[in-house]
Design a protein around this ligand. Structure first.
Ligand SMILES: Cc1ncc(COP(=O)(O)O)c(C=O)c1O
Length: 475
């Protein structure tokens, strides 16, 4: 971290930004003078002390959603504030949905569950997950998942971090755009080299198995990481195409690390007919030999983001490596919540939850898509999956025709969005100069979430309509 002045100030619990007058409602900074009795003339406000800095620590960038929420908070946003519309949120509404299984509202802790969970997760949950995949996607197939093919983690990002920590000295392909957290994830572990692969909006972000083969061979990639369905574009590699991807990975021994956190939010009719879930687990032939690693969890597909119960499914050998990484990275997830999660993973309950998501989020998808198009946003690809619409502001009035300017103007109307540039994942900021400029075509884009309830979306669309109309009037 850089130090703004040569000397160190005493760190306080009042961040400089929240106490611009050197005091405010919180406790005063340590160095502030004590105000004398009430009759004294007002003392000129001391400038706030410089922010503390610590030589040992680097500036860790805020990932996109954290950045936008911080900016929104500066303007008064509070997660429980009812007058804000958070279309930046990466979580689905978590209340009851018509037709969905009842929401789990109480967790009883068995005294034995006060202990650590095993780093790979409790055996009963690992078995339940293996059985869920076998029963929903692998009926009649000779090779079946077992508990040894499953590791539990405390959250999707913890699972991704374990996978990244377990990779060797390889080239790892990743796509542009993709999930914002990949940027830091792919820079902190220095053993592998991240190789960006640009997806083209003109092609609807398509990437065929033949494209994959060319990239694997041309760039010597031993692994590829992607969110599928893709956050932010909503593109899904599914059905026969996914089967071809897996066949290519198997043939060329390139590990596919598939982040399937949105796999129950699938809108393409051909894929939705498969129980509404698109997963690589259908196309894996040998669970212990095919180089396919799947990440999923309760966060989105069961709508329990706060539980921090997620899993990695893959060949036993890879699960062992991931578990070893977990033993020094995080030590394992919450044992009581792992126990409670078992009941949520019954195949019938899972299918009922997915149907309910499909019905409710399907309506919200259409509402947001139509609303954004009506005001002039361009949508390269109506989302085939996820609960996001990825749209370009390029044809809006000039004052709001890029991601940042629209984002800021929308904040003034208490609507949160995420500018597209955050998804231009650039690990280690190694891509620079013109290469960066060319890729930051996503400067014009924004990601809009239909995670919030319908009523919030309607309010947000109304505010966006007014914003665009005002901007058009002002020229
Ligand atoms: C593509 C993708 N993968 C993984 C996650 C991580 O989920 P978690 O909140 O469980 O860490 C997210 C959350 O936004 C996501 O969008």
């Amino acid at each position: 971290m850089s130090t703004s002045s040569g000397s160190r100030s005493t760190p306080t619990l009042v961040p400089a930004a929240s106490a611009p007058d050197g005091g405010g409602a919180g406790s005063p900074p340590a160095a502030a003078p004590t105000a004398p009795a009430t009759t004294a003339p007002p003392v000129a406000a001391e400038p706030p002390p410089p922010e503390p800095s610590f030589a040992a620590f680097r500036e860790v960038p805020r990932t996109g959603v954290i950045f936008v929420t911080t900016e929104a908070r500066r303007r008064g946003f509070d997660p429980v504030a009812t007058d804000w519309c958070n279309l930046g949120q990466g979580m689905p509404e978590a209340d009851a949905l018509p037709g969905a299984p009842a929401r789990h509202e109480a967790v009883v802790i068995d005294p034995a569950d006060q202990e650590y969970a095993p780093v790979a997760g409790i055996g009963e949950l690992r078995e339940a997950i293996a059985s869920l995949y076998n029963r929903l996607f692998r009926r009649g197939m000779p090779s079946q998942y077992t508990a040894d093919n499953v590791a539990i983690s405390g959250g999707g990002r913890a699972a991704l971090t374990r996978v990244a920590a377990a990779l060797g000295n390889i080239n790892l392909g990743h796509f542009l755009p993709d999930y914002t957290a990949y940027e830091e994830l792919l820079s902190v572990f220095r053993l592998f080299s991240p190789i960006p692969i640009l997806l083209e909006s003109e092609r609807g972000y398509a990437f065929s198995a033949a494209d994959l083969r060319r990239e694997i061979l041309g760039r010597g990639m031993a692994a590829v990481l992607l969110s599928n369905p893709s956050n932010p574009t909503g593109k899904v590699i599914g059905g026969d195409e996914l089967a071809e991807w897996i066949a290519t990975a198997r043939e060329l021994d390139c590990s596919l690390i598939l982040d399937e956190f949105y796999s129950h939010y699938v809108w393409r009719p051909d894929l939705a007919s498969q129980g509404g879930i698109s997963t690589a687990a259908r196309y894996v032939e040998d669970v212990d030999r095919d180089p396919v690693v799947i990440l999923d969890g309760l966060t989105k597909n069961w709508r329990y983001p706060g539980w921090r119960v997620t899993w990695t499914v893959g060949p036993k050998k890879i699960i062992e490596a991931i578990t070893s990484a977990g033993s020094f990275l995080d030590g394992g997830g919450s044992r009581p919540l792992q126990r409670a999660a078992i009941g949520l993973l019954e195949p019938e309950a899972t299918l009922a939850e997915t149907r309910a998501i499909r019905a409710e989020f399907g309506k919200k998808r259409q509402k947001l898509l139509d609303g954004l198009r009506d005001v002039g946003f361009t949508v390269d690809l109506p989302p085939e999956g996820t609960f996001y619409v990825w749209a370009s502001a390029q044809h809006l009035p000039p004052s709001i025709s890029d991601g940042q300017s629209f984002f800021r103007a929308a904040l003034d109307r208490k609507v949160i969005t995420v500018p597209g540039e955050f998804f231009d994942v650039n690990p280690g900021k190694r891509r620079a100069g013109r290469a960066l400029e060319a890729a930051t075509r996503f400067r014009r884009h924004l990601r809009f979430s239909f995670g919030p309830p319908m009523a919030r979306l309607e309010v947000a669309l109304e505010r966006i309509r007014e914003l665009v109309a005002d901007a058009a009037r002002q020229g």
